[in-house]
Design a protein around this ligand. Structure first.
Ligand SMILES: [Zn+2]
Length: 188
């Protein structure tokens, strides 16, 4: 026979205004012991009644940390994490979108280019520097580093062009600009 749970809550000084009660079963007791929450309520005995919120905080503590929000409504941890670092592929996708949106004004100064993409999409912060770090050896001369940054900027346009035919339209234009400005170090 299923006994109906109607309280009162056995936790000392409980004044939760709830209408749902649950029984402190032997399984619940085991869980509370495992989770260390029983230590604070050692007066509880199996078979006693707990209000829903006390039951959750004592027996299912990991489900209640976000108060009464149902488990399935909790924000996705990955999406809510502001400092999530994006994969390279994800960043290239964002870069493509930004360069597509900026296709009317081609930026050919690497410093402004970096600022432009990071301003357009803050998730792109660090991408340009990462590419520089990965592709330009530290022992290059300062002059060569400047040239290399230009090449990396054109690489950004080319990567975006590979993902998006619209961006691709001005790939040639970029190449021409870069060789005119002496940045073409790879393809002569
Ligand atoms: Zn209670």
């Amino acid at each position: 026979m299923v006994q109906k749970n109607h309280g009162p809550c056995s936790v000392q000084n409980c004044n939760n205004q709830v209408t749902r009660f649950r029984q402190f079963t032997s399984l619940a007791y085991e869980k509370a012991q495992k989770k260390g929450t029983y230590e604070a309520h050692t007066y509880l005995r199996i078979g006693q009644q707990l209000c829903h919120s006390h039951y959750m905080s004592i027996v299912e503590p990991y489900h209640t940390q976000k108060s009464e929000v149902p488990f399935f409504l909790e924000p996705d941890k990955e999406n809510s994490n502001q400092s999530k670092s994006y994969s390279f592929a994800e960043q290239v996708t964002m870069l493509t979108k930004v360069l597509y949106e900026q296709r009317g004004n081609l930026e050919l100064n690497p410093t402004y280019f970096k600022q432009m993409i990071e301003k357009a999409d803050p998730h792109l912060q660090g991408l340009f520097d990462k590419l520089v770090k990965a592709l330009v050896p530290d022992n290059r001369s300062a002059y060569n580093k400047v040239k290399a940054r230009k090449t990396i900027m054109s690489l950004c346009y080319i990567m975006a062009g590979m993902r998006n035919k619209f961006v691709n339209d001005f790939k040639l234009e970029v190449g021409l600009h870069l060789s005119a400005s002496g940045a073409n170090t790879c393809c002569n």
